[in-house]
Design a protein around this ligand. Structure first.
Ligand SMILES: Cc1ncc(COP(=O)(O)OP(=O)(O)O)c(N)n1
Ligand code: 3NM
Ligand code: MG
Length: 234
């Protein structure tokens, strides 16, 4: 799976995001419409609840026949990823932030075939992307493109102001980064044409799919807009 990792259309979700639906149903809607990567992320679930969510997501991916092409990652929690694997759930890796388990430790426990995504440092991001040791990292998650209620603490500077990433900053990050970059934070369909031109490997969303009236339709529109953006590059 690591060699085939595709972060072009990346859904991040937990039970608090799905507006009364099930995580499994929203994952199925996204994967059946072409989403390529799923991350289970919850700031309210217990470890056991996260394991159950991962199981639900993995079953939906399997029902779509995509277990060998769509990666399933867990946000923050290497312990949950390993425990879920131990319980027979096909978890492919983790996405960690700067205050989570270090990427070297994630790599050691997940093995060479595991996937490790890392959020780039919000301060001095360009310098960080240029100089970080990426030997254990498969991609950088970068944001926010826009302020977002889904993660009110993202992009905050020392004074508590939200600093969003401009398209030219993203372009510079992509050019400087030795690993692919996926961009999120308030991303909607209308952002994708411009985002595609930055050279980012993909986009990640929570609410554009999870809060939509029709998640499958929203997912299909996002995938189609991203593909159109890729087609018009060059
Ligand atoms: C793909 C992707 N990119 C960035 C993040 C943010 O991760 P982090 O900075 O660890 O913040 P939390 O998601 O843990 O609040 C992400 N989860 N996924
Ligand atoms: C999990 C996450 N990380 C971000 C970052 O900028 O690092 S923004 C974000 C949440 C994105 O949710 P929505 O698509 O609903 O805005
Ligand atoms: Mg995190």
């Amino acid at each position: 799976m690591r060699g085939k990792l595709d972060i072009s259309a990346y859904l991040v979700l937990g039970p608090e995001n799905v507006a009364g639906r099930s995580v499994g149903d929203v994952v199925a809607a996204a994967v059946s419409e072409g989403f390529t990567c799923i991350q289970v992320r919850s700031k309210v679930c217990s470890a056991r609840e996260l394991m159950a969510c991962a199981d639900e997501a993995a079953r939906s991916i399997a029902r779509c026949g995509a277990s060998e092409s769509v990666a399933l990652l867990i946000d923050d929690r290497l312990d949950v990823a390993l425990a879920a694997r131990e319980a027979g759930v096909k978890v492919d890796g983790v996405h960690v932030g700067q205050s989570d388990i270090p990427v070297e430790v994630c790599r050691r426990f997940l093995g060479e075939s595991g996937i490790v995504g890392l959020s780039a440092r919000p301060d001095e991001m360009l310098e960080y992307v240029k100089t970080a040791d990426v030997s254990c990292v498969d991609y950088f998650g970068v944001g926010p493109l826009h302020q977002t209620a889904t993660k009110p603490d993202c992009g905050l500077d020392e004074s508590g102001n939200v600093i969003v990433k401009t398209l030219s900053e993203i372009e510079a990050l992509v050019a400087a980064s030795p690993v692919p970059i996926v961009v999120g934070g308030g991303v909607k369909r209308d952002d994708l044409a411009a985002l595609g031109k930055t050279g980012a490997a993909g986009f990640f969303v929570v609410s554009a799919v999870c809060a939509a009236d029709d998640p499958a339709r929203a997912a299909a529109e996002l995938v189609s807009a991203w593909r159109a953006a890729q087609g018009s590059r060059a």
